[in-house]
Design a protein around this ligand. Structure first.
Ligand code: COA
Ligand code: MG
Length: 294
């Protein structure tokens, strides 16, 4: 499974925005049935999203097509899944996920629905938003070792968490994330890496601020995040580019790989007077793998 850098939300009840979907260049689109759709529009959104998927069979997709269903305790989740599984979405985003047991439950629903619809067993992957309740962040370390074959990544969200905490802001005075949100973000990164899945940073709300999106996305990649949520088509190209290694990183990675190739059996080599050892080699190989030039 390749790395998915940009994940663009599209409100599932908006024919106009769905009509722009194919041209966005997002690695993944998240057709939303949850918070961007008002209660009275939920049935319409279900129908529109199912039709959108049907019109784009798997081999005719320019982006992966994911569906954000409603939370498990909403009474809508199973109906959402039943409406879309036959059209083979690439994955399901589960909001307000409280921990690995919720993923197992959705997996079991998908087992049954895939079998019924004749969709390849296990084909539909899952990404939870694993931070939207006060208790959920404590489970972020539990995805590793939970044997969740459908799990493709972990992501987090600040807006619902601040609501759950009764907070009036999620920012610190300097405009960055307040400590609680930085903590949850780090735990998401650690939990994803521990589980061997993609680490997807949360969205950048100020969608007209391209420089801010680029700086924070580059910083996220430097920390190990593999991709990021987006809310506006203009954010897609910036995210796609930010989550690729820079030209300098690629050049350096090539030098590291070459230096080890020139010193068979060596566990450490010197490059520009700096010690370079096997973790650096692994990192260099990972960078070249991302660019498809490994
Ligand atoms: N997907 C597809 N098309 C989108 C889009 C999206 N997420 N967001 C905006 N567009 C379209 C608009 O319809 C508009 O089309 P037009 O040029 O034909 O009028 C064009 O892109 C430019 O949009 P713009 O006018 O800059 O923004 P807006 O004021 O229409 O919309 C938001 C702003 C935030 C409401 C909109 O981007 C949006 O709905 N984002 C997704 C929200 C969401 O799903 N949230 C849930 C996750 S938190
Ligand atoms: Mg939400």
């Amino acid at each position: 499974m390749s790395v998915l850098r940009s994940w663009l939300f599209i409100p599932g009840d908006s024919e106009k925005k769905l009509g722009k979907a194919d041209a966005t260049g997002a690695d993944a689109l998240i057709l939303d049935l949850e918070d961007s759709v008002a209660a009275e529009n939920k049935p319409r959104a279900r129908n529109l999203v199912a039709a959108f998927l049907r019109e784009r069979p798997k081999d005719a997709r320019t982006s992966q097509l994911w569906v954000r269903i409603n939370p498990l305790d909403s009474g809508l989740a199973l109906g959402d899944l039943a409406a879309v599984v036959a059209a083979a979405p690439d994955g399901i985003m589960l909001p307000k996920c409280t921990g690995p047991a919720d993923i197992l439950r959705v997996s079991h629903y998908l087992d049954a629905l895939e079998a019924q619809a004749g969709v390849t067993a296990g084909a539909i992957r899952i990404v939870p938003v694993a931070s939207e309740t006060a208790a959920a962040p404590f489970t972020l370390g539990d995805y590793a070792g939970a044997k969740l074959d459908r799990l493709l990544g972990l992501t987090w969200g600040a807006e619902d968490l601040s609501t759950a905490l009764g907070a009036s802001t999620n920012q610190d005075p300097a405009g960055g994330w307040a400590l609680t949100y930085r903590l949850v973000r780090s735990l998401t990164l650690l939990g994803a890496k521990a589980a061997g899945v993609q680490a997807i940073d949360t969205l950048y709300v100020d969608f007209r601020n391209e420089a801010g999106l680029r700086d924070t996305s580059r910083a996220a990649r430097a920390e190990g995040f593999t991709g990021r949520l987006a809310i506006h088509p203009a954010q897609v190209a910036v995210i796609n580019e930010s989550f690729l290694p820079s030209a300098e990183e690629i050049a350096h990675a090539r030098r590291v790989v070459a230096a080890f190739a020139d010193a068979p059996g060596a566990g450490t080599v010197a490059i520009d007077g700096r010690m370079t050892d096997l973790p650096h080699l692994k990192q260099a190989q990972a960078i070249l793998a991302l660019t498809g030039t490994a």
